[in-house]
Design a protein around this ligand. Structure first.
Ligand code: HEM
Length: 169
């Protein structure tokens, strides 16, 4: 994962999850909260059908997808923004890995989840924006995040390699 790949991911993810606005007035915050919720719902409407179609066994893990997607849509861009200063969020990612393990997520769930995620990003951004370099950047950054989560949650694992998550289709 290079700094350039992190920048690519940070620059493009705002097309799906709106960036935090500059101002802090109540109106700006309210508008942002609404845009954030709408974006999370729009993402969930593409992601979950794809995930459950390609990995139906995953359905039972998601007790409340509508709620989960709101948290996911908040957490993922936050992690992306922090990838240049990993030490700040290392703990968060490790804890997230353990939380997932407690929620019943297994190591083998990561690959289908990532494939559905990459497919969703490509579908929502379109091939022009989500081109080969952008896809590679997402694979690199997501592999790093999931590698940290998995190493914390499954001590026997050595993380997820780029090759294992490179199936964006
Ligand atoms: C990119 C890495 C991931 C991030 C950033 C992420 C983020 C999150 C967040 C923030 C939550 C909510 C936790 C809470 O309630 O406090 C969550 C829940 C959950 N995630 Fe992930 N996740 C990731 C990968 C995965 C993977 C690979 C799976 C595999 C299936 C997964 C399955 C779940 C499940 C089952 C829940 C709980 C859902 C529920 O109770 O309804 N996540 N995730």
């Amino acid at each position: 994962m290079t700094n350039e790949q992190v920048e690519i991911v940070k620059r493009t993810i705002v097309r799906i999850f709106p960036p935090r606005p500059e101002g802090s007035s109540e109106m700006i915050i309210q508008r942002y909260e609404k845009a954030k919720t709408d974006a999370a719902k729009a993402f969930g409407a593409v992601f979950f059908p794809r995930l459950f179609e390609t990995a139906p066994e995953m359905k039972e893990l998601f007790k409340d997808p509508d709620k989960t997607v709101l948290k996911f849509a908040e957490t993922l861009p936050m992690l992306f923004r922090s990838m240049n200063r990993l030490h700040d969020t290392l703990n968060t990612m490790q804890e997230l890995g353990v939380t997932h393990w407690k929620a019943g997520v297994k190591l083998e769930h990561y690959q289908p989840f990532l494939s559905a995620l990459l497919w969703t990003f490509r579908t929502m951004m379109g091939d022009e924006i989500f081109n080969e370099d952008v896809a590679k950047a997402y694979v690199a950054v997501l592999s790093r995040i999931c590698g940290i989560m998995c190493n914390a949650a499954y001590p026997e694992a050595r993380g997820i390699s780029d090759a294992e998550t490179s199936q964006a289709s």
